[in-house]
Design a protein around this ligand. Sequence first.
Ligand code: SF4
Ligand code: SF4
Length: 429
Amino acid sequence: MEAKEIFNFSATSDDCVKCGKCIPVCTIHQINPDEVTSPRGFIDLLGSYQRGDLELDENAKNIFESCFLCTNCVDVCPNSLATDMVIEEVRADIADKFGISWFKRGFFFLLRHRFIMDLVMKMGYMFKTCALSKDIDGRGERAKFALPLVKKGRLLPSMAKRSFLNSYPEEIKVNHSTGKVAVFIGCLANYNYTTIGDSLIEILKYLNIETTIPKKQLCCGAPAYFTGDTSSVEYLIRKNVDYFETFIDNVDAIIIPEATCSAMIKHDWVVFCENHAHNELVPRIKKMLPKIHMATAWLHDNTELKSILATKGKRIDDLVTYHDPCHARKVQGIYQEPRNLLSPNYPMVEMSDPNRCCGFGGVTMQTEKFHLAELAGKPKAAMINETKAKYVSAECSACRVQLSEAMNDAGVETIFKNPLELIADALRD
Ligand code: SF4
Ligand code: SF4
């Protein structure tokens, strides 16, 4: 069944008053100033598609795949029209009509099968030196030569020798426990940026909080959702919901050190299940939501971490600037909490527009449409450079991939760190 048969694009199109408030803030419109690649334009085209006046041809596919899903437009729209969500829905029809390319199908298959993904990542780690060379500042690995969909010299995230989930026991006990949380780690922090999870465990131990590391957790489904692979999204939501229900009553919270995974679980799981008639899952997900939190927000609101950092944490002179991931600030309203946790120990400087999208945009944008991601990353790299900060921080590994490469490309020396890594540094002797 096509998305337009189960989802009413015309209702969104009819509600657009054409005020144009969304246009100056739109990430794709900023780099491709054309009405058709603007939120108002996308919505108008989707109304035509619903009425049968627009065919989903290569041109339409190209247009709908150029949205970064940054939600800037939703933030400013007087009618709160969810342009990102209607684009996600039409991408399901695009995937049905054109198919999903072989490398994305392979990638989503791996995200559904943790054991095989573990093996592939191990092989990747063993043979990575054939194609990649280590960046001297430890920011990632550079492609030694042009690879399929990756240009020579591009900075890619390093592959860890052992994944986060395979590095720790399922239960981490502490003396004089003050609480218990489960960690949902996210795929990039599990396989690539494993120091994020290490830092989170260190912080939780410092706070005497017991930790469960649920080993059967799967990808939250965000990469498949942004690409229109609805069967993978449904599979991953179902598996995770069934699994979360086995332990959620035994913990105070499930905490997630990643903005995109957190937004996907807290916001998009319900939206997806409602739009795709998986109605039996909706109350089960809603029951869990009060216990699901982004890591810095939960630590800020539920522990003494901020005052501990102020009284016992080291003062570190390295200047830090904070970038607001779209999925943290715009989708979840989280922006003050990580700043409040970093400011006791680090001098902070704001970049000119911390809320501007970094330009990551998802799997398609990072592969077939990487030229758009590059264009969107340039102004962000420039504003980070202007701050002269040693570190740029954001609780999002997708932003890390994109900003590390954008800074690499522009010769900016600033290094990316998740706020949890900086906080753990400040707590160490
Ligand atoms: S989600 Fe971002 S890129 Fe897409 S239409 Fe809205 S503002 Fe533009
Ligand atoms: S801000 Fe909202 S109502 Fe105004 S043009 Fe954009 S999508 Fe339409």
